[in-house]
Write a protein of this length. Sequence first.
Length: 379
Amino acid sequence: MKILYVAADQTLPGATGGSVHVLEVARGLAARGHEMHVVIRRGAGQPAEERRDDVTWHRVRWWPPQRFFRWRATAAVAAIAERVLPDVIMERYYNFGGEGVAVATQRDIPALLEVNSPVLDHPGSLKAAVDRALVLRPMRRYRESLCRQVAALVAPLPEIVPLWARDKTETVTWGADVERFQPRHRRVEVRRAWGAPDDAVVVLFSGSFRPWHGVHVLEQAARSLTHRTDLFFVLAGGGEAADGQDYRGRRLGTLPYERMPEVVASADVGVAPYDTRRLGQLRLGFYWSPLKIFEYMASGLPTVTIPRPPLTEIIRDGQEGCFFGEGDARSLANVFTRLADDAPLRRRLGQSARERVIAHYSWARHCEQLERVLQRITS
């Protein structure tokens, strides 16, 4: 198939989960023999078009440049579609997007909406209150119109799309590049550059440090373990590099995605300490696709996280990782102590984690799922 993938609010190269997702989906579908054309945002000094990784990247701009004017890229997407003549358009959903769906409707070709954040309003949503104040609820009607126009949707959790759209929604999960993320990328010199003692158990967090990512819980647990000289905490992401704030460890700052395989593999334990109370949308369900968890698992790390579905389906307690009480720094510190004291347990959990992610949660598996949906709606 010739696929036009519209993700105009994403910039590549990038270090966010969204940019990684777009990159891996484009590469994965290209590897399966499809002709991939991807629309992304054009940054300063970047070419309007570029061929890389067997994918043609089309970069666009709009005015005003804020994300909530993304729909104003519709004319640029239409011009790309006129040249490319795609068989199908796939759009990465955003509240103020819809340009890919609009072009698919204009050209009378099928469209797939990739939903990674809620189409529905969560209880107590400020956005919903503003929408109600406008009487006709234009924002909700617009979002729902996107769901009506497309032939199918994919989402990590069906509860984040309208009830009437769930019959045409396929549940898919994100994944890891299990070829890039492997235990063999472990580097002693990388650990030493962090300042980690050679015999230390290194606990890694990677992410963008948003409030619901639970960094505050992790750092509180780390501060309670300063007496454990065999534990060292490394946090990748979140801006500038710095020493640990009153704990034994290091913040690495934001890193390019290409460096992450050796960073993850050079740790001993991965942690995803989500605090779902800090994101209202998660009242609809834990729809966040845990990219960091899949990469920990692919790198052979036991993973520590909260016992909330679907995390409890991805990681089985005592088989691929361990759970702790959400928001409970003492519970988290106890898990770290247990893992630090038991090297055979860490090895067993890590080996099982890699086997499980290869079998169920690779980007290759994700792209197989997408391909099936795309083939069905274009047949």
